[in-house]
Structures are given as structure tokens and as C-alpha cells.
Design a protein around this ligand. Structure first.
Ligand code: GAR
Length: 187
């Protein structure tokens, strides 16, 4: 089975969905490590209660992105990790990890890319009065949410407010990401 790390900065609902999909046999792979750039993130709590190893670090304690990515790369390689799965990891990936994990880093983003890249994509979608909202799973490159698209799912916003749109996005994410990962790992 492919081994992967989940990188997350926050709540970890996508980590939870992926871990649940593995538990349910929907996704045949192993989450070896949860990595967070925020030691207080709730995802660390979730990992603990799921019995998944976690590791957090504080980027500002390193002199450069190159140095902390070098440290992460060594850790991942020691553990035999094949893939990096970003799930609400709110940092750009730099050349060290992009080179070590070429075509092996994926991300989920709460918009129909290329529309609304970057932070608070749902807020951007609502503020723009967009007719369509959705979710994208894509490969990660050096840009902000610019990598090759793997799969997308969209829906009509209609007259709904942010809360309802956000709920639907999270519901789509919970199913779309595990399914997309299974397809990728099968290739
Ligand atoms: C998710 O909605 C994910 O698509 C988004 O952050 C949320 C993380 O939620 N990611 C981005 O905006 C990346 N640019 P979670 O911590 O509950 O999985």
C-alpha cells in the first residue's frame, strides 16, 4: 500500500475523512504521519485519537523554508513516505519538497480553480457573487493553487448564504478527496 503524509494547518476535517475512508476500506493506503506547521492545530488532536503519528514544527524557528523543508524531507524519507497530501496546509511548498516529491504532492482547494486561488476561497466566491462554487483536487507546483487539476466538483450557489455553501463544500471534500487519492494511488 502507498504510504503518505497529510500536511494540515487547522481543523483537520479532511484528514479525518481520509482516515475514515481508510478505516472503511474505501481508500487502500497508509497515513504514516500528520505534519502540521501549527502545534496547536486541532488536526494534531484528531491524529492522536485516531492513533496516527504526528509531527509539528514552527516555521519561524528555522532560518529559511529551505531548512525546514530539508528537515521534513529527511523525516518523510526515513519513514518511507511516497506521497504528500495537503489538507488545509496554508503554506506554499518550496523547491526542496517539490523536487523530492515530484508529481507526488496533491492539494484540495475549496473553489473551482483557476477561479479564487489563495486564502479564503469560499469568502472570495461569495464576495464575487459567483454563480458556481466547488472543490478542486490538484497537483502541487510552486505557485499558489496553480498545479495541474486532477478532479473538480461544482454546484450552483443559488440564493444561499456562506454558511450553507461552506457546508456543501465540506461535504463534497469529504467524499472527493479520498476517492481522488484512491484513483491516483491505483495508477
Ligand atoms: C478545506 O476547506 C480545504 O479545502 C482548504 O482549507 C480547508 C481545511 O479544512 N484548503 C485551502 O484553502 C488551501 N488553499 P480542514 O482543516 O478541516 O481539512
Amino acid at each position: 500500500n502507498p504510504k503518505f503524509a497529510v500536511f494540515a494547518s487547522g481543523n483537520g476535517s479532511n484528514f479525518q475523512a481520509i482516515a475514515d475512508a481508510i478505516g472503511d476500506g474505501i481508500l487502500q493506503a497508509e497515513i504514516v504521519l500528520v505534519v502540521s506547521d501549527k502545534p496547536q492545530a486541532y488536526v494534531i488532536e484528531r491524529a492522536r485519537s485516531m492513533g496516527v503519528a504526528s509531527f509539528s514544527f514552527i516555521p519561524s524557528e528555522f532560518d529559511s523554508k529551505q531548512l525546514y523543508e530539508q528537515m521534513l524531507k529527511e523525516k518523510l524519507q526515513e519513514l518511507g513516505i511516497d506521497w504528500i497530501v495537503l489538507a488545509g496546509y496554508m503554506r506554499l511548498i518550496g523547491p526542496v519538497l517539490l523536487t523530492a516529491y515530484e508529481k507526488r504532492i496533491v492539494n484540495i482547494h475549496p473553489s473551482v480553480l483557476p477561479a479564487f486561488p489563495g486564502k479564503d476561497a469560499i469568502g472570495q466566491t461569495m464576495a464575487a457573487g459567483a454563480e458556481t462554487a466547488g472543490v478542486t483536487v490538484h497537483y502541487v507546483d510552486a505557485g499558489m493553487d496553480t498545479g495541474m487539476i486532477i478532479t473538480q466538483q461544482s454546484f450552483a450557489v443559488l440564493e444561499r448564504g456562506r454558511e450553507e455553501v461552506e457546508q456543501q463544500i465540506h461535504q463534497i471534500e469529504r467524499e472527493l478527496y479520498p476517492a481522488a487519492l484512491q484513483q491516483l494511488f491505483d495508477q
